[in-house]
Design a protein. Structure first.
Length: 294
């Protein structure tokens, strides 16, 4: 059975109370966002309260012994999504002794451990115990093949510029249209969204951001939505100027071309064609509509 928001929130609060009684000192456990905690408690007491706008964030510091008997300190920066423990907590483990690739490797293994062992149950203590038991071993880990691929994937991610051409049966819903624009802004993507029937969305920017955008949009309810075409360009340095250089659109805006039709929702595709032509993307028109533009 699904947990209600109320149950999830109460579990979060009792887990936070438990942590503060087990680790009374600031240097072991500290809530870094008191406002979010206050909102959470307010929500727990009043069914009618607004859903908290931010996640409760806190730091757990863990001392672990390494084989040569010295003690290493790891800090766990944690955030509890509103639906925790139904969804996993967000945890990033850091230590001054970890190299970047060791840190990536450790955090990825911790996440795997949580995914396998902790769905739906409060798991901050078991996450802390896992860090205490295993984190020190990552300090000496030579780059094994798996962390090498992670490190090089990060390299690759930074240097690929992507443009996605998304096709939807229709886009009318105001909330979806707002999401498309807000998410693009949050992920530094430019492009355009043409609402109506059919709906066309183009986003361009860093590959990882385009993929994050697509995974969010795809989760909304659609009659039909797909990526009609995808362009990937590898950039040598992947710097800001190079990325800007690749863009065909300056921001993400909603484009309405004189609508006609009973519901005022069929866009003038001739105008869409000319808009794409101006942007140097006329060939896309045929991919969408299977006819030569005019």
């Amino acid at each position: 059975t699904e947990m209600t928001n109320q149950e999830e929130v109460e579990m979060q609060i009792s887990e936070l109370d438990l942590l503060s009684s087990m680790f009374p000192y600031e240097e072991e456990f500290a809530v870094t966002d008191q406002l979010a905690l206050a909102e959470l408690k307010h929500y727990a007491e009043n069914e009618s309260a607004e859903v908290p706008s931010s996640k409760v964030q806190f730091v757990l510091n863990v001392k672990a012994e390494v084989p040569n008997a010295s003690v290493v300190e790891f800090s766990m920066a944690c955030a509890l999504p509103f639906k925790y423990p139904t969804v996993l907590p967000e945890i990033t483990v850091r230590s001054s002794l970890l190299s970047r690739s060791q840190q990536i490797h450790l955090n990825s293994d911790l996440k795997t451990y949580l995914m396998q062992n902790c769905s739906g149950e409060p798991c901050m203590l078991s996450a802390r115990q896992w860090v205490k038991d295993y984190a020190a071993a990552y300090i000496d880990k030579e780059l094994s093949s798996s962390s090498m691929t992670t490190a090089s994937a990060i390299q690759a991610e930074v240097t690929t510029f992507t443009r996605l051409w998304i096709y939807s049966h229709h886009i009318y819903n105001k909330q979806k249209r707002k999401n498309i624009i807000d998410w693009a802004k949050e992920l530094s993507l430019s492009g355009f969204c043409m609402p109506g029937k059919p709906g066309v969305v183009c986003v361009e920017g860093l590959q990882s951001n385009c993929e994050e955008f697509w995974s969010r949009v795809r989760r909304l309810t659609w009659k039909r939505i797909l990526i009609r075409h995808r362009e990937d360009v590898s950039l040598e340095g992947g710097g800001h100027a190079e990325i800007q250089n690749q863009r065909k659109f300056s921001t993400l805006e909603e484009k309405c071309f004189d609508a006609h039709g009973a519901r005022g929702n069929h866009m003038d595709l001739g105008q869409l064609y000319h808009f794409l032509e101006e942007k140097g993307c006329a060939d896309i028109f045929q991919m969408y509509f299977g006819v030569e533009g005019h």
